[in-house]
Write a protein that binds this ligand. Structure first.
Ligand code: B12
Ligand code: SF4
Length: 651
């Protein structure tokens, strides 16, 4: 059967999507024909200027917004129509889409268009998006997807293609869900391939290799799953069992890919941990070293891995990896505190890490260490141990990467699913915010974690250590942006404005920050107007023969009923003026984006922004002027530096 494989946006653009290439290899090995449409890379290549940021890794959430995806399809209609025509005019009867968090919405729109054009074409979705949760059923219920593969597709997808070719119908199999009229047939939990050595090689032959930005590399995955079960990580939920290839099989794959793409000499291992079976990695490195000695220099290759700290990583062991082409190792260090490591279930001793990092560096492998901040239970003393770790290992480190989410509650991780066990405050019955969570004692908050992250990066700078975003990376800007988003989420509006203002003072041309600040600008103007009126009303009330308390009660009732009553000791004219001021102030307050109103305080009427009293008039005025001025400056700065201003004729 001829099968079309589709990668829809968003995925990354550096190298080809490995999951889809693996499925392509398996289909071809089972005798099926394959055609590939990597729509992600094609759309990226032809992207419109307004969608430049949509492929940034940190921005993948954009692709989860139906409106944004709809607009994207509309704006790229011509290109997408042409691609769909190509797919429909092919003789592929079955289309398989690779889906990860972020690709599902665009993929569904494409599936819809395919099905609407020709309902006889079969559409199957697979990928890690379906490994957990209700997504498979949801997709089937849309009516545009015929079947979903809920686990590894290596064996199951070729079997499904064969079933469809033979009988025109899917067969019930473990890991497969499909529509049968109005019913959904569920074949039960998926099974992972046990023997990875038996897997065909990923096949990149149908992929537009010239379009991926890194022309030197090829991705490889020599294992599935991980041997550890760190509390903050969800990998066990995706791949419950660890399985790894033998050294011979890894080497065979690299040799094959090198023969297919001689100019590509870098292998990027996408294994969660490449040293899950250290002996397999060692054997692979020995074979690779022999091969390179025989074929030097034209067959040389190099590779990069993620690894865990373990005592087997001795100097001799690492020297063999180096000889076999290992160029970089990224270690998940996470913390320098034994207590925190124990809580994380990280299962290694920092003294072993010291030794492993030193040995890695000494054999000539680039040594990178990942760190996290504010894991539940981490105290300031624990954090100091992390900084100590950094300082004492400085000579062996080429790069230190501090997690920019510090400690996030990753969906399906043990940490996210057991908040009580870790004293995490729950905001709803079952959940806490994944980034902005607080500890029950209020000592571990987002600003605390952010502060540790900032101090960590500052220490890296002092040590002359590349901290991933570069030595002079925009540390302060990152800090302010994170803080502003946090305050915004927590509805601490004045602090959010303060952080956005500080940000724009440093980086005037930032349009996203300006737009965020603009959301508050209108409210500030309205609040200043309302406050001015209310101050006048309060002055009149105070001068009403000292009858404030009584007058207050009357005014309160008036505000509730909408009609202003006479106050003891005041003239008709004064009453009318108070009524006018209050009515006008309320008119302004009703237009607030964030809501607000009037309430009674000890000294008269109080203007509230949401539920909090607004700051005094002078303070608010100063803030409003500052915000107005900054927004204006930011706009002119952007106009000055925009491509249209710099490059004549640019849009
Ligand atoms: C490498 C990797 C990346 C690379 C991608 C490089 C590349 N060229 O492929 C980078 C670093 C860019 C990346 C980024 C992101 N990633 Co990532 N990434 C991974 C990682 C570590 C390996 C993926 C891989 O190649 N596996 C090996 C292949 C063989 O397995 P596979 O892709 O799962 O494919 C198998 C099945 O899924 C299935 N399958 C796949 N496609 C299809 C298609 C059909 C039709 C069928 C039937 C079956 C099928 O069969 C395949 C063979 O068994 C996984 C974790 C893991 N170990 O799997 C996370 C993972 C895939 N990433 C994930 C996420 C969320 C992201 C991000 C969205 C954000 C983030 N949190 O990091 C960004 C996306 C950014 C972007 N804009 O592109 C999640 C996906 C979760 C989900 N529910 O979808 C994972 C599982 C990690 C996690 N637990 O959070 N990632
Ligand atoms: S070592 Fe890495 S992949 Fe394995 S469980 Fe820990 S964090 Fe997850």
């Amino acid at each position: 059967m001829k099968v079309g494989l589709v990668q829809s946006p968003v995925w990354w653009t550096i190298d080809p999507p490995l999951g889809l290439a693996q499925v392509a290899g398996c289909l071809r090995a089972a005798g099926h024909e394959v055609a590939v449409w990597d729509l992600n890379i094609l759309l990226w290549k032809n992207r419109l200027p307004q969608y430049e940021n949509m492929w940034l890794w940190e921005q993948y959430q954009f692709w989860n917004h139906p409106d944004i995806v709809d607009r994207f399809f509309e704006d790229n209609r011509e290109f997408i129509d042409k691609t769909l025509e190509g797919m429909l005019s092919s003789d592929c009867r079955l289309f398989g889409f690779s889906i990860y968090a972020g690709t599902q919405r665009a993929a569904l729109r494409l599936a819809q268009r395919l099905k609407e054009a020709d309902s006889r074409r079969r559409v199957v979705f697979g990928g890690q998006y379906f490994f957990r949760g209700p997504h498979a059923e949801e997709m089937l219920r849309t009516g545009f997807v015929d079947a979903v593969v809920r686990g590894a597709g290596d064996e199951l997808f070729p079997q499904l293609a064969a079933d469809l070719e033979r009988t025109g119908l899917p067969r019930k199999r473990a890991g497969l869900l499909f529509r049968d009229g109005a019913d959904i047939v569920d074949g039960g939990p998926a099974e992972s391939p046990k023997n990875l050595d038996a897997l065909p090689f990923p096949d990149f032959s149908g992929f537009p290799m010239d379009l991926y930005t890194d022309k030197t590399r090829i991705p490889v995955a020599a294992s599935r799953g991980c041997v550890l079960g760190c509390r903050f990580c969800s990998s066990r939920e995706f791949w419950p069992h660890y399985s790894g290839m033998s050294g011979e099989r890894i080497f065979a794959e690299l040799k094959h890919q090198k023969a297919m793409f001689p100019q590509r000499a870098h292998f990027e291992f996408y294994d969660l941990t490449a040293n899950g079976r250290p002996e397999n990695l060692y054997r692979f490195a020995l074979l690779a070293a022999d091969f390179m000695i025989q074929h030097r220099p034209e067959r040389n290759f190099r590779w990069k891995i993620n690894a865990i700290v373990r005592p087997e990583m001795t100097r001799d062991y690492l020297a063999v990896l180096k000889a076999g082409g290992c160029q970089d190792i990224i270690y998940g260090i996470e913390s320098g505190s034994p207590d925190v490591l124990w809580r994380m279930n990280k299962n290694y001793d920092p003294a072993v890490a010291d030794r492993v990092l030193q040995a890695t560096h000494e054999v000539g492998i680039r040594t990178v260490a990942n760190f996290m901040f504010g894991f539940p239970g981490e105290t300031e003393e624990d954090f100091q141990l992390t900084l100590d770790f950094l300082r004492r290992n400085r000579p062996w480190l080429d790069m230190a990467y501090g997690s920019a989410t510090f400690t996030s509650l990753e969906e399906y991780s043990y940490l996210a699913e057991h908040p009580r066990e870790f004293d995490i405050r729950q905001e709803t019955a079952h959940t806490a915010h994944n980034l902005y969570w607080d500890s029950l004692d209020g000592k571990n908050t987002y600003p605390v974690r952010l502060d540790r992250y900032a101090r960590f990066r500052r220490t890296c700078r002092e040590l002359g250590l590349d901290a991933y975003k570069g030595l002079d990376g925009a540390l302060e800007l990152d800090r302010l942006a994170n803080l502003a988003h946090y305050y915004q989420y927590r509805d601490r509006r004045l602090e959010a404005i303060g952080a956005y203002v500080d940000y724009l003072e440093r980086d005037r041309a930032s349009r996203p920050m300006r737009e965020q600040l603009r959301r508050y600008q209108g409210d500030l103007r309205l609040l200043v107007k309302a406050l001015r009126l209310v101050e006048r009303a309060n002055r009149l009330l105070l001068s009403a023969n000292g009858a404030l308390r009584e007058g207050q009660e009357l005014l309160r009732r008036t505000l509730e009923s909408g009609e202003l009553l006479a106050m003891p000791g005041s003239s008709r004219g004064e009453i009318d003026r108070v009524r006018l001021y209050v009515a006008r102030a309320q008119r302004f307050l009703r237009r607030l984006t964030h809501g607000g109103g009037l309430r009674w305080g000890d000294r008269g009427l109080v203007v509230c922004w949401e539920k909090e009293p607004a700051p005094p008039l002078e303070e608010l005025r100063a803030l409003r002027s500052k915000v107005d001025r900054l927004i204006e400056l930011s706009e002119s700065e952007e106009a000055r530096t925009s491509p249209a201003a710099v490059v004549p004729g640019a849009r």
